[in-house]
Design a protein around this ligand. Structure first.
Ligand SMILES: Nc1ncnc2c1ncn2[C@@H]1O[C@H](COP(=O)(O)OP(=O)(O)OP(=O)(O)O)[C@@H](O)[C@H]1O
Length: 237
């Protein structure tokens, strides 16, 4: 899947500027960038939630419109809402049904996804009563219950405490789908990924294997991020 010369504007403000990015076909990729760098916008373009003003999103070499993207890509948004009057299983099943599954297939996909995120024992609970970390796992289950080939996780661990982050990381490690994880902080997520892409001001300033990223970085900002990644890696050893 490729973003090809994509430009995205809000009014006169250019948010993504002639961006070209070929996503790795397998494994986990970290989309790194400071607040406002354009990460969410990039993920929303890939998921078909918004369309580029210029440029295209390509899958297997052909231009893919929002409808095809919504069918083939599942995104876990930054903010997960709990739905009134639905329990956890029903909320996840509802998300799966909205993506086109039949009622029975949505329910079985929900039960499976909830087990994948290790929340089976909370399936009958009101999502509003879950902890922040558990609610994030409900959000991940919603994405997993959709029939998709690519998973996009937007800042999945922001605001979680270290225990919840570790729990979330274990769940992400068990996923078998190609996954893009956006973050503005490296803490423990960097240990999860094979490749790193750094966005800055709507442009890609680094794209490569995580080892290269940690070893050298490119430019002062990336070098600073690499340094903080290295500190965070070594401090957890
Ligand atoms: N609906 C909107 N209207 C106007 N500007 C917007 C809108 N959505 C996003 N932006 C602007 O676009 C820029 C990129 O936003 P985006 O959410 O993609 O960044 P981000 O890298 O995900 O940031 P964060 O880490 O804070 O979530 C920001 O400066 C933001 O203010």
């Amino acid at each position: 899947m490729t973003l090809h010369s994509v430009t995205f504007q809000r009014g006169r403000r250019v948010i993504l500027d002639d961006l070209t990015w070929s996503l790795p076909a397998t494994g986990r990729t970290l989309l790194l960038g400071r607040n406002g760098a354009g990460k969410t916008t990039t993920l929303r373009l890939l998921s078909g939630a918004i369309a580029p003003k210029r440029g295209t999103v390509k899958i297997d070499g052909h231009d893919a419109g929002p409808k095809e993207l919504r069918r083939r890509v599942a995104m876990m948004p930054q903010h997960i809402s709990s739905m009134p009057r639905l329990n956890v299983v029903e909320q996840v099943a509802f998300a799966a049904w909205l993506s086109g599954r039949s009622e029975s297939s949505a329910r079985s996909a929900a039960v499976k996804a909830i087990a994948q995120v290790d929340l089976s024992e909370k399936g009958q609970m009101d999502p509003a009563r879950l902890s922040g970390g558990e609610l994030r796992r409900v959000g991940l289950a919603e994405a997993l219950a959709r029939p998709s080939e690519l998973l996009l996780l937007d800042e999945p661990t922001a605001g979680l405490d270290p225990t919840q982050r570790a729990r979330f990381r274990d769940v992400v490690l068990s996923l078998d789908r190609p996954t893009v994880i956006s973050t503005h902080q490296l803490d423990d997520v960097d240990q999860l990924v094979a490749s790193v892409v750094v966005l800055d001001g709507g442009r890609i300033v680094f794209d490569g294997p995580v080892d290269d990223f940690l070893r050298r970085g490119q430019g002062p900002d990336v070098a600073r991020m690499a340094e903080s990644a290295f500190t965070s890696l070594t401090s957890t050893l």
